[in-house]
Design a binder for this molecule. Sequence first.
Ligand code: AMP
Ligand code: MG
Length: 331
Amino acid sequence: MNADIAAASRELKGGGVVVLPTETVYGLAANALDEEAVRKIFTIKGRPLNNPLILHVLDSSWLERYSYVKKYSVRVEKITGAFWPGPITIILPKKAIIPDIVTSDFNTVAIRCPDHPIFRAVLLDSDLPLAAPSANPFGYVSPTCIGQVKATLGNRVKIMLDGGECTVGLESTILDITSMVPKILRPGAITADTISKVLEEDVIDYDAQIVSKSPNAPGQLKQHYCTNTRLILFDRNRNLSQYLAGKTAIVFMQKPKNVDGIAEKLQLPLKAILWFSDDGNLDMVAKNLFSTLQRLDSVHYDTILCERPQRTGIGIAIDDRLSRAAEKFKQ
Ligand code: AMP
Ligand code: MG
Protein backbone atom coordinates (compact mmCIF):
# COMPACT_ATOMS: atom_id res chain seq x y z
CA MET A 1 0.00 0.00 0.00
CA ASN A 2 1.04 3.54 -0.73
CA ALA A 3 2.87 5.08 2.25
CA ASP A 4 0.79 8.27 2.03
CA ILE A 5 -2.44 6.33 2.38
CA ALA A 6 -1.06 4.45 5.37
CA ALA A 7 0.11 7.68 7.01
CA ALA A 8 -3.27 9.37 6.48
CA SER A 9 -5.07 6.35 7.86
CA ARG A 10 -2.83 6.26 10.91
CA GLU A 11 -3.35 9.95 11.55
CA LEU A 12 -7.13 9.52 11.33
CA LYS A 13 -7.12 6.53 13.68
CA GLY A 14 -5.07 8.58 16.14
CA GLY A 15 -7.70 11.35 16.21
CA GLY A 16 -6.02 13.70 13.73
CA VAL A 17 -7.33 15.50 10.65
CA VAL A 18 -6.04 15.12 7.10
CA VAL A 19 -6.72 16.81 3.79
CA LEU A 20 -7.96 14.40 1.13
CA PRO A 21 -9.01 14.87 -2.49
CA THR A 22 -12.50 13.99 -3.68
CA GLU A 23 -14.04 14.33 -7.13
CA THR A 24 -16.04 17.36 -5.94
CA VAL A 25 -13.66 19.52 -3.86
CA TYR A 26 -10.82 18.84 -1.40
CA GLY A 27 -12.00 17.72 2.04
CA LEU A 28 -10.74 18.15 5.60
CA ALA A 29 -11.38 14.72 7.08
CA ALA A 30 -11.59 13.22 10.56
CA ASN A 31 -12.91 10.02 12.11
CA ALA A 32 -16.65 10.74 12.37
CA LEU A 33 -16.96 8.44 15.40
CA ASP A 34 -14.45 10.49 17.41
CA GLU A 35 -16.06 13.64 18.80
CA GLU A 36 -12.76 15.34 19.63
CA ALA A 37 -11.33 14.63 16.19
CA VAL A 38 -14.44 16.12 14.56
CA ARG A 39 -14.17 19.17 16.80
CA LYS A 40 -10.75 19.85 15.27
CA ILE A 41 -12.38 20.22 11.83
CA PHE A 42 -14.65 22.97 13.17
CA THR A 43 -11.71 24.70 14.88
CA ILE A 44 -9.38 24.58 11.88
CA LYS A 45 -12.06 25.88 9.51
CA GLY A 46 -13.59 28.35 11.96
CA ARG A 47 -16.88 26.68 11.11
CA PRO A 48 -19.90 27.30 13.37
CA LEU A 49 -21.03 24.20 15.22
CA ASN A 50 -24.56 24.53 13.85
CA ASN A 51 -23.30 23.58 10.40
CA PRO A 52 -23.46 19.77 10.12
CA LEU A 53 -20.85 17.68 8.29
CA ILE A 54 -21.19 15.06 5.60
CA LEU A 55 -20.21 11.50 6.48
CA HIS A 56 -18.14 9.71 3.81
CA VAL A 57 -18.46 5.95 3.41
CA LEU A 58 -16.82 3.34 1.19
CA ASP A 59 -20.05 1.97 -0.25
CA SER A 60 -23.75 1.51 0.45
CA SER A 61 -23.09 -1.53 2.66
CA TRP A 62 -21.82 0.92 5.32
CA LEU A 63 -25.14 2.79 5.49
CA GLU A 64 -26.68 0.39 8.00
CA ARG A 65 -23.84 1.02 10.43
CA TYR A 66 -24.62 4.72 10.75
CA SER A 67 -28.23 5.27 9.70
CA TYR A 68 -31.71 3.73 9.65
CA VAL A 69 -32.18 2.73 6.05
CA LYS A 70 -35.09 0.30 6.04
CA LYS A 71 -37.98 2.71 5.62
CA TYR A 72 -36.21 4.36 2.67
CA SER A 73 -34.55 1.29 1.18
CA VAL A 74 -36.24 1.57 -2.23
CA ARG A 75 -35.06 5.13 -2.71
CA VAL A 76 -31.65 4.37 -1.24
CA GLU A 77 -31.08 1.44 -3.57
CA LYS A 78 -32.07 3.45 -6.61
CA ILE A 79 -29.89 6.43 -5.73
CA THR A 80 -26.84 4.51 -4.61
CA GLY A 81 -27.18 2.07 -7.53
CA ALA A 82 -27.29 4.86 -10.07
CA PHE A 83 -24.88 7.41 -8.62
CA TRP A 84 -22.51 5.94 -6.03
CA PRO A 85 -19.64 6.40 -5.86
CA GLY A 86 -20.34 9.93 -6.98
CA PRO A 87 -21.32 13.49 -6.14
CA ILE A 88 -24.64 12.97 -4.37
CA THR A 89 -25.26 13.05 -0.61
CA ILE A 90 -28.38 11.55 0.94
CA ILE A 91 -30.04 12.46 4.23
CA LEU A 92 -31.11 9.56 6.47
CA PRO A 93 -32.17 9.14 10.14
CA LYS A 94 -28.98 8.83 12.18
CA LYS A 95 -27.95 6.06 14.54
CA ALA A 96 -26.63 6.94 18.01
CA ILE A 97 -23.11 5.79 17.11
CA ILE A 98 -22.64 9.07 15.24
CA PRO A 99 -21.75 11.83 17.73
CA ASP A 100 -24.12 14.79 17.75
CA ILE A 101 -21.32 17.17 16.82
CA VAL A 102 -21.24 15.65 13.31
CA THR A 103 -24.91 16.37 12.68
CA SER A 104 -25.20 19.57 14.75
CA ASP A 105 -27.68 17.77 17.03
CA PHE A 106 -29.98 16.89 14.14
CA ASN A 107 -31.48 13.41 14.19
CA THR A 108 -30.57 12.96 10.54
CA VAL A 109 -27.17 12.43 8.96
CA ALA A 110 -25.90 13.39 5.50
CA ILE A 111 -23.98 10.51 3.86
CA ARG A 112 -21.96 10.32 0.67
CA CYS A 113 -19.70 7.86 -1.11
CA PRO A 114 -16.84 9.74 -2.80
CA ASP A 115 -15.40 8.76 -6.16
CA HIS A 116 -11.72 9.42 -5.80
CA PRO A 117 -9.18 6.58 -5.58
CA ILE A 118 -7.14 8.25 -2.82
CA PHE A 119 -10.14 9.00 -0.59
CA ARG A 120 -11.48 5.51 -1.21
CA ALA A 121 -8.13 3.91 -0.37
CA VAL A 122 -8.10 5.77 2.96
CA LEU A 123 -11.68 4.67 3.73
CA LEU A 124 -10.78 1.07 2.90
CA ASP A 125 -7.59 1.07 4.93
CA SER A 126 -8.92 2.89 7.99
CA ASP A 127 -12.37 1.25 7.93
CA LEU A 128 -13.64 4.50 9.44
CA PRO A 129 -16.51 6.74 8.34
CA LEU A 130 -14.95 10.13 7.64
CA ALA A 131 -16.62 13.44 8.37
CA ALA A 132 -15.29 15.91 5.82
CA PRO A 133 -16.33 19.41 4.82
CA SER A 134 -14.40 21.37 2.20
CA ALA A 135 -10.79 22.12 3.13
CA ASN A 136 -11.03 25.91 3.34
CA PRO A 137 -11.59 28.53 6.03
CA PHE A 138 -15.33 28.81 6.71
CA GLY A 139 -17.14 30.95 4.15
CA TYR A 140 -14.29 31.09 1.63
CA VAL A 141 -14.08 29.62 -1.88
CA SER A 142 -13.78 25.80 -1.88
CA PRO A 143 -10.44 24.28 -2.99
CA THR A 144 -10.27 22.14 -6.13
CA CYS A 145 -6.50 21.56 -6.10
CA ILE A 146 -3.94 21.05 -3.34
CA GLY A 147 -2.30 24.43 -4.00
CA GLN A 148 -5.51 26.18 -3.01
CA VAL A 149 -5.66 24.21 0.24
CA LYS A 150 -2.06 25.02 1.08
CA ALA A 151 -2.68 28.71 0.42
CA THR A 152 -5.35 28.89 3.11
CA LEU A 153 -4.86 26.00 5.59
CA GLY A 154 -1.23 25.12 4.81
CA ASN A 155 0.30 25.23 8.24
CA ARG A 156 -2.69 23.91 10.13
CA VAL A 157 -2.82 20.33 8.84
CA LYS A 158 0.13 17.95 8.82
CA ILE A 159 -0.98 15.45 6.21
CA MET A 160 -2.39 16.65 2.90
CA LEU A 161 -2.68 14.21 0.01
CA ASP A 162 -2.48 15.56 -3.51
CA GLY A 163 -4.96 13.91 -5.85
CA GLY A 164 -4.71 16.36 -8.74
CA GLU A 165 -7.51 18.64 -9.89
CA CYS A 166 -11.03 17.75 -8.78
CA THR A 167 -12.98 16.57 -11.80
CA VAL A 168 -16.41 17.92 -10.75
CA GLY A 169 -15.33 21.12 -8.97
CA LEU A 170 -18.62 21.75 -7.11
CA GLU A 171 -19.82 20.27 -3.84
CA SER A 172 -22.18 17.30 -4.00
CA THR A 173 -25.90 17.53 -4.62
CA ILE A 174 -27.68 17.03 -1.26
CA LEU A 175 -30.93 15.08 -1.44
CA ASP A 176 -33.31 14.65 1.48
CA ILE A 177 -34.93 11.28 0.88
CA THR A 178 -36.69 11.27 4.25
CA SER A 179 -39.27 13.86 3.25
CA MET A 180 -42.58 12.78 1.73
CA VAL A 181 -41.39 14.02 -1.64
CA PRO A 182 -37.58 13.80 -2.03
CA LYS A 183 -36.10 17.26 -1.96
CA ILE A 184 -32.87 18.87 -3.18
CA LEU A 185 -31.25 20.81 -0.30
CA ARG A 186 -28.18 21.82 -2.29
CA PRO A 187 -27.90 21.72 -6.09
CA GLY A 188 -24.88 20.01 -7.63
CA ALA A 189 -23.68 18.18 -10.72
CA ILE A 190 -26.47 15.58 -10.42
CA THR A 191 -29.67 17.48 -11.14
CA ALA A 192 -33.27 17.12 -9.92
CA ASP A 193 -34.40 15.91 -13.36
CA THR A 194 -31.83 13.14 -13.45
CA ILE A 195 -32.67 12.09 -9.89
CA SER A 196 -36.39 12.14 -10.59
CA LYS A 197 -35.93 9.77 -13.54
CA VAL A 198 -33.91 7.35 -11.42
CA LEU A 199 -36.38 7.46 -8.51
CA GLU A 200 -39.38 7.32 -10.83
CA GLU A 201 -41.08 9.91 -8.65
CA ASP A 202 -41.26 13.69 -8.32
CA VAL A 203 -38.37 15.52 -6.72
CA ILE A 204 -38.67 19.00 -5.24
CA ASP A 205 -35.97 21.05 -6.88
CA TYR A 206 -33.79 23.46 -5.01
CA ASP A 207 -35.21 26.88 -4.28
CA ALA A 208 -32.68 29.18 -2.66
CA GLN A 209 -35.33 31.36 -1.05
CA ILE A 210 -37.10 28.54 0.73
CA VAL A 211 -33.95 26.66 1.71
CA SER A 212 -32.14 29.65 3.20
CA LYS A 213 -35.07 30.35 5.52
CA SER A 214 -35.83 26.79 6.49
CA PRO A 215 -34.57 25.56 9.87
CA ASN A 216 -34.51 22.05 8.38
CA ALA A 217 -31.65 22.87 6.08
CA PRO A 218 -28.73 23.67 8.36
CA GLY A 219 -25.78 25.41 6.84
CA GLN A 220 -27.43 26.48 3.63
CA LEU A 221 -26.25 30.01 4.19
CA LYS A 222 -27.17 32.83 1.90
CA GLN A 223 -23.59 34.05 2.05
CA HIS A 224 -20.85 31.49 1.36
CA TYR A 225 -17.94 30.65 -0.98
CA CYS A 226 -16.92 34.33 -0.80
CA THR A 227 -13.85 35.89 -2.35
CA ASN A 228 -12.17 38.75 -0.49
CA THR A 229 -12.32 40.82 -3.66
CA ARG A 230 -15.67 42.40 -4.45
CA LEU A 231 -17.59 40.05 -6.73
CA ILE A 232 -20.40 41.35 -8.93
CA LEU A 233 -22.52 39.14 -11.18
CA PHE A 234 -23.95 40.21 -14.51
CA ASP A 235 -26.41 38.62 -16.88
CA ARG A 236 -25.35 37.61 -20.34
CA ASN A 237 -25.24 40.38 -22.95
CA ARG A 238 -25.39 43.14 -20.36
CA ASN A 239 -23.67 46.45 -21.01
CA LEU A 240 -20.62 46.05 -18.78
CA SER A 241 -19.36 49.62 -18.60
CA GLN A 242 -21.86 50.42 -15.84
CA TYR A 243 -20.19 47.88 -13.53
CA LEU A 244 -16.57 48.92 -13.97
CA ALA A 245 -15.07 50.09 -10.68
CA GLY A 246 -11.33 50.50 -10.07
CA LYS A 247 -9.04 47.71 -11.21
CA THR A 248 -11.47 45.22 -12.67
CA ALA A 249 -11.28 41.65 -14.00
CA ILE A 250 -14.09 40.07 -16.00
CA VAL A 251 -14.89 36.36 -16.22
CA PHE A 252 -17.21 35.01 -18.89
CA MET A 253 -18.82 31.60 -19.01
CA GLN A 254 -17.22 30.94 -22.40
CA LYS A 255 -14.48 32.48 -24.47
CA PRO A 256 -15.91 35.66 -26.05
CA LYS A 257 -15.65 35.94 -29.83
CA ASN A 258 -13.98 39.30 -29.72
CA VAL A 259 -11.68 39.51 -26.71
CA ASP A 260 -9.59 42.32 -28.22
CA GLY A 261 -12.70 44.36 -28.95
CA ILE A 262 -13.99 43.95 -25.39
CA ALA A 263 -10.62 44.94 -23.93
CA GLU A 264 -10.49 48.02 -26.09
CA LYS A 265 -14.06 49.06 -25.42
CA LEU A 266 -13.74 48.69 -21.64
CA GLN A 267 -10.14 49.86 -21.58
CA LEU A 268 -8.96 46.77 -19.74
CA PRO A 269 -5.73 44.80 -20.21
CA LEU A 270 -6.21 41.48 -22.00
CA LYS A 271 -5.09 39.53 -18.93
CA ALA A 272 -8.06 40.95 -17.00
CA ILE A 273 -10.50 39.16 -19.33
CA LEU A 274 -11.00 35.48 -18.53
CA TRP A 275 -13.42 32.66 -19.21
CA PHE A 276 -14.33 29.47 -17.35
CA SER A 277 -14.56 27.36 -20.53
CA ASP A 278 -13.70 27.67 -24.22
CA ASP A 279 -17.08 26.61 -25.53
CA GLY A 280 -19.56 27.25 -22.71
CA ASN A 281 -19.65 23.61 -21.58
CA LEU A 282 -21.12 23.92 -18.09
CA ASP A 283 -19.29 20.87 -16.69
CA MET A 284 -16.05 22.62 -17.60
CA VAL A 285 -17.32 25.86 -16.03
CA ALA A 286 -18.04 23.96 -12.79
CA LYS A 287 -14.61 22.36 -12.83
CA ASN A 288 -12.85 25.70 -13.23
CA LEU A 289 -15.18 27.89 -11.16
CA PHE A 290 -13.56 27.93 -7.72
CA SER A 291 -9.96 27.75 -8.94
CA THR A 292 -10.48 30.74 -11.26
CA LEU A 293 -12.13 32.77 -8.50
CA GLN A 294 -9.40 31.98 -6.02
CA ARG A 295 -6.68 32.80 -8.55
CA LEU A 296 -8.28 36.16 -9.30
CA ASP A 297 -8.75 36.80 -5.60
CA SER A 298 -4.99 36.55 -5.07
CA VAL A 299 -4.22 39.19 -7.74
CA HIS A 300 -5.78 42.07 -5.79
CA TYR A 301 -8.31 43.40 -8.20
CA ASP A 302 -10.82 45.88 -6.80
CA THR A 303 -13.68 44.12 -8.53
CA ILE A 304 -14.31 40.78 -10.22
CA LEU A 305 -17.21 40.92 -12.67
CA CYS A 306 -18.58 37.47 -13.35
CA GLU A 307 -21.15 36.40 -15.90
CA ARG A 308 -24.06 34.30 -14.64
CA PRO A 309 -24.66 30.89 -16.27
CA GLN A 310 -27.88 29.73 -17.84
CA ARG A 311 -29.94 28.14 -15.10
CA THR A 312 -30.26 24.69 -16.64
CA GLY A 313 -28.68 21.39 -15.60
CA ILE A 314 -25.51 21.96 -13.59
CA GLY A 315 -25.95 25.70 -14.32
CA ILE A 316 -28.39 25.79 -11.38
CA ALA A 317 -25.61 24.67 -9.02
CA ILE A 318 -23.04 27.03 -10.56
CA ASP A 319 -25.44 29.96 -10.23
CA ASP A 320 -26.19 28.95 -6.63
CA ARG A 321 -22.49 29.08 -5.68
CA LEU A 322 -21.93 32.37 -7.52
CA SER A 323 -25.01 34.03 -6.02
CA ARG A 324 -23.92 33.14 -2.51
CA ALA A 325 -20.35 34.25 -3.22
CA ALA A 326 -21.61 37.64 -4.43
CA GLU A 327 -24.15 38.08 -1.65
CA LYS A 328 -21.92 40.01 0.74
CA PHE A 329 -21.08 42.58 -1.95
CA LYS A 330 -24.67 43.44 -2.79
CA GLN A 331 -25.47 47.09 -2.11
P1 AMP B 1 -20.28 21.28 3.36
O1 AMP B 1 -20.67 22.62 3.92
O2 AMP B 1 -19.84 21.31 1.94
O3 AMP B 1 -19.40 20.52 4.26
O4 AMP B 1 -21.61 20.43 3.29
C1 AMP B 1 -22.31 20.14 4.42
C2 AMP B 1 -23.70 20.57 4.20
O5 AMP B 1 -24.52 19.43 4.23
C3 AMP B 1 -24.19 21.42 5.33
O6 AMP B 1 -23.85 22.75 5.09
C4 AMP B 1 -25.67 21.16 5.35
O7 AMP B 1 -26.31 22.07 4.53
C5 AMP B 1 -25.79 19.78 4.74
N1 AMP B 1 -26.16 18.81 5.76
C6 AMP B 1 -25.34 18.09 6.51
N2 AMP B 1 -26.03 17.31 7.37
C7 AMP B 1 -27.31 17.57 7.15
C8 AMP B 1 -28.52 17.10 7.72
N3 AMP B 1 -28.53 16.19 8.70
N4 AMP B 1 -29.68 17.59 7.25
C9 AMP B 1 -29.67 18.51 6.26
N5 AMP B 1 -28.56 19.00 5.67
C10 AMP B 1 -27.40 18.53 6.12
MG1 MG C 1 -17.62 24.18 2.20
